[in-house]
Design a protein around this ligand. Structure first.
Ligand SMILES: NC(=O)c1ccc[n+]([C@@H]2O[C@H](COP(=O)([O-])OP(=O)(O)OC[C@H]3O[C@@H](n4cnc5c(N)ncnc54)[C@H](O)[C@@H]3O)[C@@H](O)[C@H]2O)c1
Length: 461
């Protein structure tokens, strides 16, 4: 009984268990019934497009760069530009003119000018680079108008919005692509190829994060929207850079799926100070912790750790660590590869460490070069590095979805990836607000998570 009392003081669930009552050990999340008449969009292909006509909505830091980058992607024509601020539309229009490209139609001046852009006839893709609050309405309206949506990260921040994107993509049979550029970084692509070649055995644990001190950026976001999002919302608000590349390695909804997660955060020690610094009238409440950690367990018994920290001087890191049964790949803090090398009969003593074969420095690149990504050619890699955008990964990302559209192929990142990677935001919040209780991760495919066996890129014959 004494033992029981100690447990009861710290763990209500254990107390309930002691008393043989029903215990709720996991918070359930609903999977809404698929509306009649629609099917999943796994492997969705659409009519091949020789020329891909793109309209960009939101021409701030990210959208302005996207316009420039897209002009280097074969087959793309930018036919529409939209920003609530006319000077931003004018700047992108000038870029097109200076490059000798045709002028795009302009939409500006009103909060919903993007609606007319989505309705424009000579347009195939609406490319959304606004603040987070516009991602979902613009993407939904684009799909309703028969356009594909390509939307910046994170595409959505609530379960309601995520399901709306899934349902609309399924009903309209349009692609809803999330622009997760980190899936196309060269280290991550080579590691994916290495894992798929079986070089680290079975991947059983992975880590991914967004650790990026945003001090120099806060003021640059139009209307201070990004700090406000952190001020209003608790949980991991930017999970997709960390989770996207490891989700591809872990074959999420391609043979495995996230089943439960638990999350914990720190107090907003720096966040609250930052809001005092940036606002005339500081608001004492600040929701997002400086550091948020989410631990996910999959159906097949694997784990993934995702972290978010935009408030401390911790060096930039996306962690990207893949632990396999026979090897290990990590990109941060410094690239390293390890492979099991211990041989039966080898002598050990109490001080024996490091029997594995470790690669550091240039030897990491030499090893990874043995596993070329099937989507890269030397010419494409060189062009991507020349055009730039986070070292070239932004270009490869745009190149890929355009290539898939032009060839009528399924997307690398589909609406279920979008849903799975984005749901970490509302579900980490739910766990944190319930004492870090485990939360069920919905199956956004509604039963089809095992239909495809393993992640692969679609390639034209
Ligand atoms: N993938 C990446 O590496 C990466 C990097 C940075 C930002 N992002 C994402 O890109 C998006 C944009 O971020 P940013 O840094 O460019 O922010 P930003 O504030 O510089 O740009 C947002 C733009 O949206 C415009 N906008 C706002 N309301 C609008 C409306 N109603 N109609 C049309 N335009 C409107 C603003 O005027 C502004 O120009 C965000 O989702 C962000 O998370 C992704």
């Amino acid at each position: 009984m004494k033992f029981k009392a100690i447990l009861c003081a710290t763990a209500t669930l254990l107390l309930v268990a002691c008393n043989n009552k029903t215990v709720q050990t996991v918070l359930k999340t609903d999977v809404p019934v698929r509306p009649a008449g629609q099917e999943n969009v796994i492997g969705l292909t659409t009519e091949p497009l020789e020329t891909v006509r793109v309209g960009v909505v939101g021409l701030g830091m990210r959208g302005g760069d996207a316009v420039e980058r897209l002009t280097y992607v074969p087959g793309v024509v930018i036919t529409a530009l939209c920003d609530i601020l006319p000077e931003r539309v004018a700047a992108s229009q000038k870029f097109l003119a200076d490059k000798g490209l045709p002028a795009a139609k302009e939409y500006t001046g009103t909060e919903d000018a993007w609606k007319a852009l989505c309705e424009q006839e000579d347009l195939d893709v609406v490319y959304v680079c606004t603040d987070w609050s516009h991602h979902v309405p613009v993407s939904l309206y684009a799909m309703e108008q028969g356009k594909h949506a390509a939307v910046e990260v994170p595409a959505a921040g609530t379960l309601e919005d995520i399901w709306a994107l899934v349902n609309t993509a399924e009903r309209t049979r349009r692609h809803c692509i999330m622009l997760e550029n980190c899936c196309y970084d060269f280290f991550e692509m080579a590691t994916l190829a290495m894992v798929q070649a079986g070089a680290i055995g079975e991947p059983i644990h992975a880590e991914g994060s967004y650790q990026h001190n945003l001090d120099p950026f806060w003021k640059a976001y139009a209307g201070n929207w990004r700090l406000q999002e952190n001020q209003k919302n608790r949980g991991d608000l930017y999970p997709t850079h960390g989770l996207g590349p490891v989700a591809q390695v872990m074959n999420l909804h391609r043979g495995d799926r996230m089943k439960t997660l638990v999350a914990m955060d720190t107090e907003p020690f720096n966040g609250a100070k930052m809001s005092e610094k940036l606002y005339d009238k500081p608001d004492a409440t600040f929701a997002a912790g400086d550091q948020t950690s989410t631990l996910i367990r999959t159906e097949k018994g694997k784990t993934i750790l995702v972290e978010h920290d935009v408030m401390t001087p911790r060096p930039y890191s996306r962690m990207y660590q893949i632990v396999g049964t026979d090897g290990y790949s990590a990109k941060y803090p410094v690239p390293i590869l390890c492979f099991r090398e211990f041989k039966e009969g080898e002598e050990v003593n109490a001080h024996t460490v490091g029997t594995e074969k470790v690669y550091r420095g240039e030897s990491v690149n030499e090893m990874l070069a043995k596993y070329p990504s099937p989507i890269l050619t030397p010419e494409l890699e060189a062009l991507a590095k020349e055009v730039g955008g986070h070292g070239g990964m932004d270009y490869i990302m745009d190149y890929r979805w355009v290539y898939c559209l032009r060839n009528g192929l399924p997307m690398d990142i589909d609406v279920y990836d979008l849903a799975e990677w984005c749901c970490i935001t509302p579900l980490s919040r739910l766990s944190i607000e319930n004492g870090s209780m485990p939360v069920e991760v919905p199956d956004f495919t509604r039963g089809a998570w095992d239909q495809v066996k393993g992640f692969s890129y679609a390639l034209a014959k």
